[in-house]
Design a protein around this ligand. Structure first.
Ligand code: PPS
Length: 299
């Protein structure tokens, strides 16, 4: 393992209750306060491991709740419409927000607001083939202004698989949420199914959040949530994140938006090693099949 890479991470993170967080955007106090956050039945939480389709689903959710339009939210970016509960980049008073409130989070299940465990409110959990999430995260790391050390792909794979990156282990995150699903009012959606049939995914989300949109409104949501349209939408493409956090000369937040891009970079040996770890940690969960099916038609 490249010690410089680990040191660069160590300088920018803190460990709290079993997960690594980025010091620049949150603190143990903020994380602890979330447990007591007041929850309304109408709240909807979008939860993901990083680079799994969060911003995409922020766009979809906020459009669904505005019936495909942006009534009154024309000048408001996605991060403000569906704010992160654990990041203090844009401090928002959650209590003063009108219902229904939409929130985003990368938190593991056990750090979420306590009330959610009594199945109050709704959670949409989006997950993605970890090899694609890992590759997306690798590129995202290059954009991070606070990471001064150049981390190569081989090293990043090791950091990702051992859960050293911000938000910890993909395996623990997905496994935790999946195996505790009965404790929550939760809908699981994969990035790959959104890619394969965005309209069906939008309708699935509409049904779960009890939003009965007419055909035209559904069409508008789908249209505004395509990769190309989001990439050119300044309120959705995260170019509004200040350079202090992300150096946009190093890449785009909406990078490729495809399924199976990992095949363009992972060697056979790297992929086999990943599969071995995946099998050890996740082999008993019925969640891999989706990716295999989707990859054939959506890349
Ligand atoms: S973050 O930082 O955790 O909030 O990132 P997140 O939004 O979860 O993931 C970023 C990846 O999602 C892709 N993306 C999309 N793919 C397809 N369609 C649409 N509309 C879309 N919007 C965002 C984005 O491009 C990142 O994936 P990669 O593979 O890097 O392109």
């Amino acid at each position: 393992m490249d010690r410089g890479a680990l040191e660069a991470l160590n300088n920018e993170r803190f460990e709290h209750k079993g997960t690594y967080f980025e010091s620049k955007i949150t603190s143990p106090e903020v994380i602890d306060a979330i447990e007591h956050m007041e929850i309304r039945d109408s709240d909807v939480f979008l939860v993901t491991y990083p680079k799994s389709g969060t911003v995409w689903t922020q766009q979809i959710l906020s459009l669904i709740f505005n019936e495909g339009h942006r009534n009154g939210t024309e000048n408001i970016d996605n991060m403000t419409r569906v704010p992160w509960i654990e990041f203090s980049m844009n401090s928002i008073d959650f209590n003063s927000r009108p219902s229904p409130r939409l929130f985003s989070s990368h938190l593991p299940y056990y750090l979420m607001p306590r009330d959610l465990k009594s199945r109050k409110a709704k959670i949409i959990y989006v997950y993605r083939n970890p090899k694609d999430a890992m590759l997306s995260y690798y590129h995202f790391f290059k954009m991070k202004t606070n990471i001064k050390h150049t981390i190569n792909w081989e090293t990043f794979i090791e950091l990702f698989m051992s859960g050293e990156v911000f938000c910890g282990s993909w395996f623990d995150h997905v496994r935790g949420w999946y195996t505790h699903k009965e404790d929550f009012n939760i809908l699981f959606v994969t990035y790959e199914e959104m890619k394969k049939d965005l309209r069906s995914a939008v309708l699935k989300i509409c049904k779960f959040v009890d939003m009965n949109l007419d055909e035209k409104a559904v069409d508008t949501v789908v249209e505004k949530a395509t990769f190309t349209n989001m990439k050119h939408d300044p309120l959705a493409n995260y170019t509004f994140v200040p350079n202090e956090f992300l150096d946009r000369s190093k890449g785009d937040f909406l990078r490729k938006g495809t399924v199976g891009d990992w095949k363009n970079i992972m060697t056979v040996a790297q992929s086999e090693r990943f599969d071995k770890v995946y099998k050890e940690k996740m082999g008993d969960l019925p969640i891999k099949l989706w990716w295999d099916l989707c990859e054939e038609t959506t890349s």
